[in-house]
Design a protein around this ligand. Structure first.
Ligand SMILES: [Zn+2]
Length: 261
């Protein structure tokens, strides 16, 4: 939402979006200093919640340095050191979106340090899986890194951007899966519902790619329409796009079950 207009918030409110959760991500350019991230974390924990509240939408966030910028380990460790002071903010649900971009050794090390941070502060985890390099290999590296930490509870971790070839493995190992919807590339509404129909409708949520690139903040409600067109029941649609995210997010005490219009 940091790269979106207030009109987008309004459209989401009109479409019935009951809550937003926004991960810390790569904002389209590499930030030069930890100070840049400090300001970004203030934006995610103070300014965006206030902007969303004007449209009546609760706004939650996740904090980290994304994998793309964590190739610079010196910068990454400075940013990691900033995170604890923001974890007490009332809208912060956990650590994310952490993960891998090009599956490099430096990215892997910083991923492990984020996992340790989440364990230390008992936080939920949101994971980004690579779009650029081998997604299956990256997903397996991430799942192994999570399982190597004996204190990680898979049901408190969501592995995002799953596709047909990674979804089942994520679910089978006890984690949650996120299907990220894009207008054209990657998971379209049709592909997402194909996956839900053939792989799992449990322990999965849908989310909108909603950034500075070509993306659509209304892709979740549009996918609900696709389910309706295919003859899914109102209950099945509600379970997938509303009940499942609430079930996952309610594992954080800070998440308040939203009222529905
Ligand atoms: Zn991502």
């Amino acid at each position: 939402m940091v790269s979106r207009t207030t009109d987008d918030y309004k459209a989401m409110a009109l479409a019935g979006c009951a809550a937003i959760c926004e991960p810390a991500f790569w904002a389209g350019f590499d930030r030069k200093s930890a100070d840049g991230f400090y300001d970004y974390f203030c934006q995610l924990t103070q300014h965006e919640p206030a902007r969303a509240q004007k449209l009546g939408i609760p706004h939650y966030s996740w904090l980290c340095i994304n994998s793309k910028e964590s190739e610079d380990m010196g910068l990454a460790r400075e940013v990691l050191a900033l995170i604890p002071e923001f974890l007490n903010a009332p809208n912060v649900l956990g650590i994310g979106e952490i993960g891998l971009n090009k599956n490099t050794r430096n990215e892997m090390k910083i991923l492990e340090e984020h996992i340790d941070l989440a364990v230390k502060y008992n936080q939920l985890i949101l994971v980004h899986t690579p779009h650029l390099e081998d997604k299956r290999k990256g997903t397996r590296l991430i799942l192994d890194a999570l399982k190597n930490n004996p204190k990680i509870e898979p049901h408190r971790v969501i592995i995002d951007h799953v596709e047909e070839h990674t979804f089942k493995e994520v679910i089978d190992q006890g984690f949650w899966a996120g299907i990220t919807l894009y207008p054209e590339s990657k998971a379209s509404p049709q592909r997402a519902i194909d996956m839900v129909e053939t792989i799992s409708s449990q322990r999965v949520w849908l989310n909108s790619a909603c950034d500075w690139g070509h993306s659509d903040p209304l892709s979740v409600p549009k996918t609900a329409l696709e389910m309706k067109r295919r003859g899914h029941s109102v209950q099945a649609i509600d379970n997938l796009i509303f009940g499942n995210p609430i079930q996952f997010l309610s594992q954080s005490k800070k998440f308040v079950r939203p009222e529905v219009i």
